[in-house]
Design a protein around this ligand. Structure first.
Ligand SMILES: Nc1ncnc2c1ncn2[C@@H]1O[C@H](COP(=O)(O)OP(=O)(O)OP(=O)(O)O)[C@@H](O)[C@H]1O
Ligand SMILES: [Mg+2]
Length: 302
């Protein structure tokens, strides 16, 4: 049996003209098995949405291969692609627009009407059921413009689930909703993942959400990793040590300047204050010099 998602050395270069190119994906190899639920994390601009666009056949890669359910969609024509999308993939994208003229109910019905597998009554019942599942039973007849961002997001989710696609691609599915609704949506996703054996790819910035999936992938600068790459987690020891040294040097400079200006102000200060301030500076200087010495003792030079 073929895997629902397989990417082989997928490269995406955006050509902005005038010789400016952006390497959004730098050779991605990724296999996702049936029924798997995976999360993708990574900083803004690292290529997460671009990757999802490739999997969903919304854009073509510059190089490499995209295989969905055993079908090579890499260079597929739009008409055929649209059919694959409709039959196999559910999109939960923040900016994957709802039809503004249609109510929530009609928006959710639409993909089922296109699929042509259910009767009018069945389609209506199922759309209502889905809207209930995402907590929108009281907004069924509202149009997108009459709903909040989070409500629109939930309509998108209901619509994505309508044809029970084998693959669901979600780009920050809980980005626009409050925490409680977010968890509700997530539980729904998890249950559907188990019940329907759907394959989920979820982009999220929230580590708590990512942890609920079976696997977490991390992206950085157009590449994908199974472990968090160093620069997306804590700064390395070397960077910390360098920043610390810079701080110590800055403090040393500041203290020396303060000592000079203290001497200049000496005549205006009463002797007791002068002595106190000088003592405090001296103590700080001593502490700092000791720290710098210790740091040099570790084999670093300032
Ligand atoms: N249509 C486009 N034309 C040119 N450059 C693009 C295009 N789409 C994305 N990019 C660039 O490609 C890189 C990856 O963008 P992408 O949208 O995949 O990032 P992302 O990881 O989803 O970020 P975010 O977390 O902010 O949504 C970015 O540098 C972006 O500016
Ligand atoms: Mg994005």
């Amino acid at each position: 049996m073929s895997n629902p998602i397989e990417l082989r050395n997928v490269v995406k270069i955006y050509n902005l003209g005038g010789g400016v190119k952006i390497n959004a994906l730098r050779g991605i190899d990724l296999t996702i098995k049936k029924g798997e639920s995976i999360s993708i994390m990574g900083p803004s601009g690292c290529g997460k949405t671009t990757l999802l666009n490739m999997i969903g056949g919304l854009d073509h890669p510059t190089d490499g291969q995209v295989i969905v359910d055993g079908i090579d969609i890499t260079n597929m024509r739009e008409k055929k692609l649209a059919q694959i999308r409709r039959e196999k993939i559910g999109f939960i994208f923040q900016f994957y627009n709802l039809v503004p003229m249609l109510s929530a109910l009609e928006n959710v019905q639409l993909p089922m009407i296109f699929a042509g597998k259910l009767s009018v009554v069945e389609i209506r019942d199922k759309a209502m059921e889905l809207l209930r599942l995402v907590g929108l039973e009281r907004r069924m007849h509202h149009r997108p413009t009459q709903m909040s961002g989070g409500e629109q997001q939930r309509v998108t989710i209901a619509r994505a689930l309508a044809n029970e696609p084998s693959i669901i691609l979600a780009d920050e599915p809980t980005g626009n909703v409050d925490q409680e609704t977010g968890w509700k949506i997530l539980r729904l996703i998890q249950n559907l993942n188990k019940i329907l054996e759907q394959t989920y790819v979820i982009i999220t910035h929230d580590p708590k959400i990512a942890k609920t999936s079976e696997k977490i992938f991390y992206m950085l600068d157009g590449q994908i990793y199974e472990e968090p790459p160093r620069s997306t987690t804590a700064p390395s020891q070397n960077i910390l040590a360098k920043e610390q040294r810079q701080l110590m040097l800055a403090e040393l400079r500041w203290l020396k300047t303060s000592l000079v200006s203290l001497e200049k102000k000496k005549a205006k200060l009463n002797p007791e204050s002068y002595a106190q301030i000088k003592m405090s500076y001296a103590q700080q200087l001593e502490r700092l010099e000791r720290m710098i010495k210790e740091d040099q003792g570790k084999g670093r030079s300032i």
